[in-house]
Design a protein around this ligand. Structure first.
Ligand code: C2E
Ligand code: CA
Ligand code: CA
Ligand code: CA
Length: 274
């Protein structure tokens, strides 16, 4: 037995051991952070290019460390995705956004949908829809005010995506395909009949300015619209992109051109009061 231990030990390099310790520390810190409100939801507005009005927003997670630095999700989400903590975090963000919507309602602010992200892992827990519905009910927020963003790749991988989408719809949640056009994109996604809105990824938006790229984008938008989908463009940074998307009657635009994601206090200044 002792020998075996020695053998199995050899499978781990020094780096692996350090990595595991770091992961463990990360997990502990996750729990500590959750309990101490170190996770914040920031909000990035979505604008209708025609009217220049804010028509929605996306809630995006931020982690504030002990020194007050803001850590972007790219730094910690991949890790949380590996060990399942992401499900806890997704639900936390959903709950926060619901409570925020209620607070803004009470303050007489204009009410716009604020979408949240569901990771691949969250889609694999069976009761996700009833659970989210129950949270929204408990808080007293209509589910149509908290649309759900699912990345295209997670949707394609999930054999049960149609069943899930039906359940979300039965409970009033609008569904968005996120990151459409990044990675291995499939025209079949457009015909899944699961989604209400197509969010076109920055990598396609960056085609604007290139002749054939623009034709591809143009026809993607036309096709999506013809199939009854709303179209949102993300990662829009430049005026020529806004002009193009406006011409294409894109329903909404999200990107640094209009605004970066903002902390709650800054974002709510943009909301009109009724
Ligand atoms: P995403 O869902 O595609 O969110 C959009 C990301 O693009 C955000 O990055 C946003 O800050 C960034 N962005 C927006 N406009 C522009 C632009 O004009 N130019 C550029 N270069 N970037 C722009 P962020 O906040 O760092 O989030 C990164 C990713 O982390 C998100 O990508 C999403 O996949 C994930 N994420 C964020 N919050 C959550 C969450 O609560 N749950 C889950 N599962 N994932 C989340
Ligand atoms: Ca998203
Ligand atoms: Ca996206
Ligand atoms: Ca993305």
């Amino acid at each position: 037995i002792k020998d075996r231990k020695d053998i199995s030990y050899q499978f781990y390099s020094h780096e692996d051991t350090i990595r595991m310790l770091e992961d463990k520390a990360m997990e502990d810190e996750f729990k500590h952070s959750l309990e101490n409100n170190c996770f914040e939801v920031w909000y990035q507005p979505k604008y209708d290019p025609e009217t220049e009005r804010m028509v929605g927003a996306e809630g995006l997670i931020r982690w504030r460390d002990e020194k007050g630095n803001v850590i972007p999700p790219g730094k910690f989400i991949p890790l949380f995705e590996r060990d399942g903590l992401i499900k806890v975090l997704d639900e936390y963000v959903f709950r926060k956004v619901c409570m925020q919507q209620l607070e803004w309602q009470k303050q007489g602010k204009e009410i716009i949908p604020v979408s949240i992200n569901l990771s691949r892992a969250s889609l694999y827990f069976d009761s996700v829809v009833s659970r989210y519905q129950q949270i929204a009910d408990e808080i007293g927020v209509k589910t149509h005010l908290v649309p759900i963003e699912i990345t295209e790749s997670a949707a394609i991988d999930n054999d049960n995506i149609k069943g899930l989408a039906d359940k979300f719809h039965d409970n009033g949640f609008p569904l968005l395909v996120d990151d459409f056009g990044s990675g291995y994109s499939s025209l079949a996604t457009l015909n899944m009949k699961c989604f209400d809105t197509l969010k076109i990824d920055k990598s396609l938006i960056d085609y604007i300015g290139d002749f054939s790229g623009e034709r591809l984008l143009e026809h993607t938008i036309l096709l999506a619209k013809e199939l009854g989908l709303c179209v949102t463009a993300e990662g829009v940074e430049r005026e020529e992109q806004v002009d193009f998307l406006k011409q294409m009657k894109c329903d909404s635009i999200q990107g640094y051109y209009y605004s970066r994601p903002l902390p709650k206090e800054e974002f709510e200044k943009l909301l009109l009061t009724a």
